[in-house]
Write a protein that binds this ligand. Sequence first.
Ligand SMILES: [Fe+2]
Length: 313
Amino acid sequence: MNNAVFEIERHERDQIEALVAGNAVAFADKASDSFSYGCIELGTRLPSRVRRRLHRMRVSGETHLLIRGLPTRHHVPETPGQKRDSCQAPFYYQFMSALFSAQMGFMYRFSNKRGHAMVEDVFPISSDSEKQIGSNSIQLDWHVEDAFHKARADYVSLLCLRSDPAARTLLAAARKIVEELPEETRMQLQRRDYTFHSDETFLSGQAFKRTSYIIEPSQDPEFLFDPAFTAANSKAAELALITLAERIERCHQSIALQTGDLLIFDNRRVAHSRTEYQPRHDGSDRWLVRSLMVESTWKLKDSVSGTDPLTVA
Ligand SMILES: [Fe+2]
């Protein structure tokens, strides 16, 4: 059995369903920071086997966990075709996703990211099909979320409301990749010889950028792989990035999310991507909800925007 897949048992599914349905009304109007803290508190009533498994992921530094078999009886309307400022998924699913996500860290949002919410929709948008953002339908390039940003997420959660078997989520773990790299390439990727900049979902565009390594010099390295938005600052840096991209194509895991799956991955330890697929734009397309989490708000402290401690610029 794959250790990274956790199957929800029937009695646990009933317990989760009752917890979500019984508290959704009270949580629907909460402001972002009290919603986040409320989910942390209420999440302690998730089944104990589930909480132990999430805890184990955090303390042992696992790259990802796929929780399979969450409740799916609540109606899912047609998949929207355009993004709005707030999440369009039924609150039931937003809330269920948030209860799990809050066990991994503090959910937060970027004020500078177009339409970004603490729980946000991910679905294909026809006008984005060729862009390098999550609403596209061409192959989504390898990346880590917001690699350029100091307040980038520690964990990302994806709850699948409606699946498409052709759209596979790919994960590449830094520790495995490092073993595959020639030493010279690894040493180059550990140099702060790369400049990261923001993607077009950020309103301030090129104003956001930072210089860093791609692979942290560490036994358990942070991975900052986002080639579509990274400039190599030397020829050697560029060649190392090409070698890395080749290795990743041969060394990754592939997951087709099913309805009722919640995938949580460590945004420090893995890069991710998604295969090309063919949306129909008729209301039946793939629909996920996504949250970003940090283990500590310390990481956000220089980026907080306004008075909400969980909204960053
Ligand atoms: Fe992503």
